[in-house]
Design a protein around this ligand. Structure first.
Ligand code: ADP
Ligand code: MG
Length: 536
């Protein structure tokens, strides 16, 4: 069996797996249903069997209580996705079944082992979400080589990393449930994320809902029906609306048969109508794109190229509006596969760079190296065997609670690290000095907040608090004594906080981690336990 490594796009609505073949080309591997992408829907069918993909998506009608959709939106934010058979299932475990479906189907399809993978996640994912994604991979029994950002993977696939000249790229990713816009500076050696923005609750599903409303209204007026559609008719209409939307990407018009309340109506749906009823949705993606461009321009970057990612960018309205607005013709190449393929190319890069001999030569046995060689000559690929640096930007802002006005004593959050701050060596350290408030103050309470706010000060909101540390102070310290606070964020998103009383030089250190990070024992337990479940 040949040894391959894989790229997995674990999407909000659809997932995809790809590998690089002997000729150096990235290919998507079909699932056993024969499609390139698999709906990220998990149905707990029985205590020892889960169904993943299109069948689960359709089952959602009959069995909504045992079906999980959009589990990605819970990653790192909750430890609960669904309760089944008297047991609470975490988002990591549910995602692991999606990964297993992709991996097990792929292994059968190309007759190879699926073990070493790069999994992608949105650029805005912070530590907790990235760790949850990695843990899902471990629970699925995979060896996760790396977690990389989706727009980075897409840019790799689009071949942006082949060029030696530096370019500024905008990735517009409109998927099924989310919209993300990322601006990066790229050349053959390095990919640097300048900024990312988006709407985590805007995607193809909203276009489907708009189409559904239109179809339901047309049905009501054709059949003079004023009742509501029952749950089954709604779900059926949702599937039909999505299909019609996809057809309208290729055709100007499509007929839709709506069945409800014992009646059938044929509705002629046109692209023009569809574009009209969804124009406000499209506009909100452009507003986000504008603000990302503004951030990049402030830092001296001007967008040279636009890449389209996500199945929803197949809608012609997307290309049209972007070209009209920015005067750049966006590039579009298999937008719903680009992320998985880019991740597969990156997986080869990571895999060979982790081996002692950069370009594996199967004819020379290496006693120290038990790692299997790939049947690929990296020189045949865009990556050319060279290690590529990915420079990330912070994906969250980190603040400390302070009292700005001693009279009102109203606490405020003061951002130390601001979202999109560059992390040139993969880390960032910021120090600021504050003064104590009261004479003889016994201690300083350091409360840390993680948020998306980008202003220097914002109002305290407990929802964003991630931890506290207490720095004891020497006696009789006058008010306004200097206290130095240092935030240090590493590439894994772990924040080290140091508080130092500059009078006595006494320090306190604390590590802040999100509350939803699963511990490694639980991950291992789930890995063993979920093996009992067959994935269909
Ligand atoms: P994810 O959001 O999970 O990353 P994708 O990038 O695959 O997933 O995007 C899925 C969305 O793309 C769905 O809303 C789907 O209906 C939509 N989509 C797929 N193909 C087309 C098409 N031809 N025209 C319009 N929308 C499409
Ligand atoms: Mg996606």
């Amino acid at each position: 069996m040949a040894k391959y490594v894989y790229g997995i796009d674990l999407g909000t609505t659809y997932s995809c797996i790809a590998y690089v073949d002997e000729s150096g080309r990235a290919n998507v591997i079909k699932n056993l249903e024969g499609t390139n992408t698999t709906p990220s829907v998990v149905n707990f069918a029985s205590p020892n069997q889960v169904v993943v993909g299109q069948v689960a998506k359709e089952n959602a009608v009959i069995d909504p209580r045992n079906t999980v959709s959009l589990v990605k939106t819970l990653m790192g934010k909750s430890n609960f996705a669904i309760s089944y058979n008297g047991e609470d299932k975490s988002p990591e475990e549910v995602s692991a079944y999606i990964l297993r479906k992709l991996a097990e189907d792929a292994a059968k399809e190309i007759d190879a082992e699926v073990k070493d993978v790069v999994i992608t996640c949105p650029a805005y994912f912070g530590t907790a979400e990235r760790t949850a994604t990695k843990n899902a991979g471990i629970i699925a029994g995979l060896n996760v080589l790396e977690i990389i950002s989706e727009p980075v993977a897409a840019a790799i696939y689009y071949g942006c990393t082949k060029e030696s000249e530096e370019k500024t790229i905008l990735v517009y990713d409109l998927g099924g449930g989310t919209f993300d816009v990322t601006i990066m500076s790229i050349n053959s050696e390095k990919i640097e994320i300048i900024c990312s923005d988006g709407d985590h609750d805007l995607g193809g599903k909203d276009w489907d809902s708009a189409a559904m409303r239109y179809l339901a209204d047309e049905f009501a007026s054709q059949k003079s029906y004023n009742g509501d559609l029952d749950e089954y008719a709604q779900q059926d209409l949702r599937l039909k609306a999505e299909k019609a939307k996809q057809q309208l990407s290729a055709k100007e018009k499509t007929p839709v048969i709506v069945e409800a309340a014992g009646e059938r109506a044929r509705i002629d749906f046109s692209r023009e109508k569809f574009d009209e009823i969804t124009s406000a949705l499209l506009k909100s993606t452009i507003d986000k794109t504008d603000s990302a461009i503004a951030v990049a321009e402030q830092r001296g970057f001007k967008v040279d190229e636009i890449l389209l990612v996500g199945g929803s960018t197949r809608m012609p309205q997307v290309t049209n509006v972007l070209e009209e607005k920015y005067g750049i013709k966006p590039k579009i190449l298999e937008p719903d596969e680009a992320v998985a393929k880019g991740a597969a190319i990156h997986a080869v890069n990571v895999y060979i760079n982790n081996q002692p001999n950069v370009i594996p030569d199967p004819s020379i046995p290496d006693p120290d190296n038990s790692v299997e060689s790939l049947p690929i000559d990296p020189m045949m690929m865009s990556i050319g065997g060279k290690k590529r640096a990915i420079v990330v930007a912070t994906t969250k802002s980190f603040a400390i609670e302070v009292i700005v006005d001693k009279k009102t004593r109203e606490p405020k959050c003061c951002n130390m690290i601001i979202k999109n701050d560059p992390m040139p060596d993969g880390s960032i350290t910021v120090s600021k000095t504050f003064g104590t408030v009261d004479t003889g103050q016994g201690e300083v309470e350091i409360t840390v907040y993680e948020s998306d706010f980008m202003d220097e000060y914002f109002d305290v909101d407990e929802d964003y608090a991630i931890g506290t540390a207490t720095l004891e102070l020497p006696e009789n310290l006058p008010a306004d004594s200097p206290i130095e606070i240092t935030f240090s964020l590493n590439s894994e998103g772990i924040l080290e906080v140091t508080g130092k009383d500059l009078t006595s030089n006494k320090e306190i250190h604390a590590t802040m981690q999100s509350k939803y990070i699963m511990n490694s024992e639980t991950v291992e337990e789930l890995k063993e336990k979920s093996k009992q479940m067959a994935v269909m």
